[in-house]
Design a protein around this ligand. Structure first.
Ligand SMILES: Nc1ncnc2c1ncn2[C@@H]1O[C@H](COP(=O)(O)OP(=O)(O)OP(=O)(O)O)[C@@H](O)[C@H]1O
Ligand SMILES: [Mg+2]
Length: 255
């Protein structure tokens, strides 16, 4: 391969990573307009850890996340969620995997406009026929500052409030992995901190796995590890990141 293999899971690793990408290639378009968004990305996202993905605009962060989460197809390589090889799944099986095992916080919040905040939060659990843990529901809606907004529809909420509803929705059923694409992108610093603390708590207290894309060094400092993408390749990795080290690494990549 001629490149470093960051975070490669050794054969001695007993537990399968929460998610694994092996030589994933994905391009958009063809001929002169062809863009290689992922150029052979391999990475193990460890179980029960919080991973942040960083990198310049257009470096492939969202593409990697969508591919890992079974939302986008890819051209070559393989993607696993736990022991499940996504390439072997039908559309229907992929839908079930996303519904039953993954949580999403995306830039476009994908809230259902006709449902209240409360109904949006419990919708995935209801569709999957899962019970909602009342205590956890109250804790996250309280901490996310949504307690007084639960009966409002998305159009009656600010962008930041909608984003927090999307966070609560992703967290409420304690999925195996929570994927977030800039989950704090539209939030003020207080809301942002609440979201990051809740994601941190999901990992530390509830044994979940969190993978987020972020442009914010402070957000990345909440993670256990940061993976840096540039031009569709993983170019660096930091363990136990501090804001200073994240900024220095970003400067090195963009410089
Ligand atoms: N649907 C699409 N059609 C064509 N090209 C695309 C599409 N989606 C992404 N790309 C291209 O693939 C590359 C990677 O895009 P991606 O959205 O993964 O970047 P990103 O790192 O998430 O950037 P940002 O920080 O701006 O969100 C970019 O060059 C982008 O223009
Ligand atoms: Mg993006």
């Amino acid at each position: 391969m001629g490149r470093h293999s960051f975070g490669a899971g050794g054969v001695d690793k007993l537990v399968a990573p929460a998610a694994r990408a092996v030589n994933v290639v994905k391009s958009y378009g063809s001929g002169e307009t062809k863009v290689t968004a992922l150029d052979g990305v391999s990475y193990d996202f460890p179980r029960n850890e919080f991973t942040a993905i960083m990198g310049p605009s257009g470096s492939g962060k969202s593409t990697l996340m969508h591919t890992m989460a079974g939302l986008d197809s890819f051209d070559a390589g393989s993607v696993h969620i736990g022991d499940t090889d996504l390439a072997g799944l039908s559309e229907k099986e992929l839908t079930h995997l996303r519904r039953d095992r993954l949580g999403f916080i995306f830039q476009s919040f994908n809230l259902v406009p006709t449902l209240t905040a409360a109904e949006n939060i419990t919708l995935p659990a209801n569709i999957a026929g899962r019970d909602v843990d009342e205590e956890w529901y109250e804790e996250i809606t309280e901490r996310l500052g949504l307690a007084k907004r639960l009966n409002h529809r998305p159009s009656e909420l600010s962008g930041g409030q909608q984003q927090r509803v999307a966070c609560a929705r992703a967290l409420v059923s304690r999925p195996e992995i929570i994927f977030g694409d800039e989950p704090t992108g539209n939030l003020d610093s207080n809301s942002s901190r609440e979201v990051l603390e809740i994601l941190r708590m999901a990992v530390d207290r509830d044994d979940q796995t969190v993978v987020i894309v972020t442009h914010d060094a402070r957000a990345a400092s909440y993670a256990d590890r940061v993976v840096f993408l540039a031009d569709g390749n993983i170019v660096d990795e930091l363990l136990n990141p501090t804001i200073e080290r994240v900024l220095a690494t970003m400067n090195g990549i963009e410089g």
